[in-house]
Design a protein. Structure first.
Length: 216
């Protein structure tokens, strides 16, 4: 299994590569289909958006990537970074989203974010880690990479006694995450869009062997 590394910084080349890889990983995701319906620009727009999310995660959370060749990436955010400040939007480039992906797609992103935030309200503890993104290159999926990336983060969360949370619009993900202690705490449907599930994992004890790399 690949050794996972924590990237403190990403140079421009690796950020472009990671953004493109995540765009391929999520090309057929229900949320991507909702934001970019039948859009031939979906690969480019998704890559643009993921580059900005990687930049935001790099500044305000933690990035987790496989070593070269890049085949997987994850973005973890502390709960107090889930609502970007004006400065965060500017520094990450997310403020340019209407130009980067188009007005219509930007409005759908705002709708999804508003709905998901409201869905989380009252269901989450005061302090937790949020898995914003976990994606694997399509040609490398179903080989254990997602599990290998997820486990070190959860081991570290258990060590620190911090809950973890995530949201998914892909029902197929529920079984995968439930195997790691996540449980659905809220479910709903984005107006005009896909269903969404909010999942929470309390601190627990994961069986693991050997040293692990803290990723958060």
């Amino acid at each position: 299994m690949d050794r996972l590394v924590q990237e403190a910084r990403l140079d421009a080349r690796r950020r472009v590569a990671a953004g493109a890889m995540l765009a391929r990983a999520f090309h057929n995701d229900p949320l991507a289909n909702y934001i970019f319906p039948g859009d031939r620009r979906r690969p480019q727009a998704l890559a643009w958006l993921f580059r900005r999310l990687l930049s935001y995660g790099e500044r305000y959370g933690t990035l987790q990537l496989t070593p070269p060749p890049l085949r997987g990436a994850a973005i973890w955010l502390p709960s107090d970074a889930l609502s970007p400040s004006a400065g965060g939007l500017i520094r990450s480039g997310l403020v340019l989203t209407p130009l980067g992906v188009g007005i219509a797609a930007c409005l759908r992103i705002v709708s999804q974010n508003s709905y998901s935030t409201a869905l989380l309200a009252g269901a989450m503890p005061e302090r937790y880690w949020y898995l914003l993104t976990l994606g694997v290159e399509p040609t490398s999926q179903h080989q254990g990479l997602a599990s290998a990336m997820l486990r070190p983060a959860l081991v570290e969360a258990d060590r620190l006694g911090i809950p973890c949370a995530l949201g998914t619009e892909n029902e197929a993900n529920l079984l995968f995450y439930s195997q790691y202690g996540f449980a659905v705490v809220r479910a709903g449907q984005i107006p005009g869009g896909p269903r969404v599930w909010s999942m929470l994992r309390p601190p627990s004890s994961l069986p693991h062997t050997g040293p692990h790399t803290p990723v958060l």
